[in-house]
Write a protein that binds this ligand. Sequence first.
Ligand code: PLP
Length: 501
Amino acid sequence: MATKESLVSKLARGVKTAFKPSNGTTNAKADRATPLLDARKSGVEATPKMLQQAAKDNMFLHFTRHSPYFTAKGEIPIITKASGHHFWDQNGKKYFDGISSLFSVNIGHGRTRLADAAAKQMKELDYFPLWSHAHKPGIELSERLLSYAPKNLSRVFFTTGGGEANETAWKLAKQYFKMIGKPTKHKVLTRAVAYHGTSHGALSLTGIPSMKKMFEPLVPSTFRVPNTNWYRAQDDFATEEEFALWAANRVEEMILFEDPDTVAAFIFEPVQNSGGCFTAPKVYFDRVREICDKYDVLIVADETIDGFGRTGTMFASERYDFEPDMMVLAKGMTSAYAPIGALLIAEKLFEPFKTGTNIFPHGYTYGGHPVACAVALENLDIFDEEDLVGNVARNEAEFKATLDKLRDLPIVGDVRGAGYFWAIELVKDKNTRETFNDKESEKLLRGILSHRLFEEGLYCRSDDRGDPVVQLAPPLTIGRDEFVEMEQILRSCLDEAYKSM
Ligand SMILES: Cc1ncc(COP(=O)(O)O)c(C=O)c1O
C-alpha cells in the first residue's frame, strides 16, 4: 500500500495511480476488450449485437435510468437513421418523431443540404475560436439572427447550447451592473418548475427541486416566482388575464422582498416547457416589462425551445410583441444538425465593453464553431424557402383542434400550448382536476405510457417534472395527416393507460 509520502511524490512526478474498484479487479486499459475497434481496424461492420453490448459496457447516458438495461430483456434503443419526421432503431422499427428528437429538429431529419454546408465549411475553415477573432459564418449568422429578433437586440454572443447561454446571461448581467456602478445587483428570479440547463449556474436557475437536490449547494442568489399554469389556477381567478396579472405581480413582490438593489435579472420562457407548455396572455408580458423597467431588472427570454418557429413566429417574443433585454437561443438554430447556442443582447449591455481595457472574461472553445454557424445559415435558408414559420402559424388551429378531440378521454384534463408545441395534462379525475400521486405517476408514465407509445411508434415526451403531461413538438414541416396520426396513437395509448391504472 502506498504511503502518503510515496503517493505524493508519485503524483508530483506525474505518474498516474491505477483506479482499483472495490472488488479488486483492475480497471487498466490493457484488460479491456475492444470489439468495435477490432472490427473497424479489420474493415468489418460491427453487428447490432456488438453495438448493444458495447453501449451497455461503456456508456453513461444522459438523464437515464440504467437499471432496465441490465436485465435479461433490457435493450438500449439504438437509433440508426432518420428521414423527414421519422427515425428508425437497430431492429428496423420506424418511429414518428413527435418531439423533434429533443424539441430540436425543426426542419425534419435527413436534409443533405446541411451536410453539404458542413463539409464545405470544414474544407474552407475547419475551426477558429471567436476569441478576439471572427469568421465569415459567425459574422453572417450574427446578422441573420438579429434580423429576426426584436429590434432592441443588437449583439450576439455564441455558445454551444441553451444552458451555456443562460450562464452567459447571468454572468453578463452581474458584470454589467458592476460596470455601471450598481455592484450589488446580482440575484436572478426564475419561475417554478422551469428548466434552464444543468451546469451549476443554469441548474441554480432551474425551478425543479428534484433535479437540484443531488447537487446542492448550488450557486446562491436565485429565487422562484410562480409560472403561468392557468389550468391549476382556474378556481381562484375569474379570467386568465386576471391570473396572469397576479403572476406578474409576484415578480414585483419578489424584487421588493429581495431588495431591488440586489436583483439583476428575471429569466423565463415565454412558453414554459417544463410542467407542460404554459402559455400566458399578452398582459403578463406587458406587466413584467413594466415591473422590470421600474426596478432596473433585466429580462432574459429563454427561447431555447420556443425559438425558431416553434410557437408560430420566428421567436416567441414576437408572438407576444415583447422586447426582452437578452434572448437565449439554441436547438432550432441548426435544427440540431450541429451544436450551437447564442445569447442575443441589447446594445446597452454591450456599451461598457466599447471602451478602455474592459472585457467580458467569458467564452467557450466551441461557441460559434464555424461549421455549426454554416449549418445554421443553411438551416435558416430552408426555414425561409419553405416558409416553415408560416406553416406553423397556418396550422396551429388545426393541430389544436385535432388534439382537443382527446378531451373526451377521462384521463385528459387539459390540452395547452402554442404553434407546434403542445402538452396534454393527464389527471385521475377530470371534474376535480385531481392529479396522480408520485407512485401512480411513476406507473402511468414510466410503467405504461412511454413503453406503449414507443411500441406504437410515436416518440413524444411523457413528463412529470410538474403534474404528469405528454408533450408534442413535431418538426415544423408536418400538417393535417400527421396531426391525425398522432392523435390516433395517443388516443389508444392514453385510453389503455387509464384502464390499466
Ligand atoms: C428552456 C431551456 N433552457 C435551457 C436548456 C438547456 O439547453 P442545453 O441542453 O442546450 O444546454 C433547455 C434544454 O432543453 C431548455 O429547454
